[in-house]
Design a protein. Structure first.
Length: 232
């Protein structure tokens, strides 16, 4: 299966529970996949996880996207090694649930905003300029962007703000020939979740999500900006 052959795809968060499955799926579809991480151990674990895939090419870079002063250096690094990029998939951030809104510690609030919102702003600033003229920016979000759970206010607020960010980006890119898409996921059957919970057949796996995204990558006529993959 080589429908993504010659496509250059950056996966942000590619060593995470969802991201690793996206990487594996894109490789199996023949893509050249670029993963950035600050952690060599996570990169080594990703390489081991995808070692059975005899398709595509995986490139891993030790890099961080959280410092504005490093933007030009990182852009130059990617340009010099890979040229223009076809697709960026952003699977960033994490979950935190622990305090009532009135009791949330300020340091926790600021960390969540940095990890779950500012990181996406930085990703757009760094990677959208690297896309080719028909490039696609695909953002992975969760159902928390539309729902409310007690003691998780900062994460949910950031998820809703992420969605607004990406829908605004989609509008801004319309005249350029580039495009942006929002993927709203339900609970995902990650390898870690499968260790602790059984009967998950109604949940999408990260690889299945990657397969779905692969279809959107090759569909150049899609007018749908927001896609829902909550459960089978």
């Amino acid at each position: 299966m080589n429908k993504l052959k010659d496509k250059k795809i950056i996966v942000l968060g590619g060593t995470g529970g969802v991201g690793e499955g996206l990487v594996k799926s894109f490789l199996s579809q023949g893509a050249d996949v670029i993963v950035l991480s600050r952690n060599q151990q996570k990169i080594d674990a990703l390489k081991e996880y995808v070692s059975d895939i005899q398709n595509g090419k995986l490139f891993c870079l030790i890099a961080s996207i959280d410092k504005e002063e490093n933007i030009l250096e990182l852009q130059d690094l990617i340009k010099s090694n890979f040229g223009e990029i076809d697709v960026v998939v952003a699977s960033l951030g994490g979950w935190h649930q622990g305090f009532l809104l009135k009791d949330y510690p300020m340091d926790s609030w600021l960390k969540i905003l940095n990890d779950n919102l500012t990181s996406h702003f930085m990703a757009i600033k760094i990677f959208v300029p690297l896309l080719n003229k028909n490039g696609k920016y695909i953002h992975i979000n969760g159902m928390g962007s539309e729902q409310h759970f007690p003691k998780a206010a900062p994460v949910l607020m950031a998820a809703a703000a992420q969605r607004s960010l990406i829908l605004t980006l989609a509008e801004e890119l319309k005249l350029s020939g580039q495009s942006a898409y929002e993927m709203i996921l339900g609970f995902v059957n990650t390898r870690e979740r499968a260790k602790h919970i059984h009967q998950l057949s109604n949940l999408y796996t990260p690889i299945e999500i990657g397969d779905y995204i692969g279809e959107q990558i090759i569909d150049n006529n899609s007018l749908i900006t927001t896609h829902y993959l909550k459960s089978k």
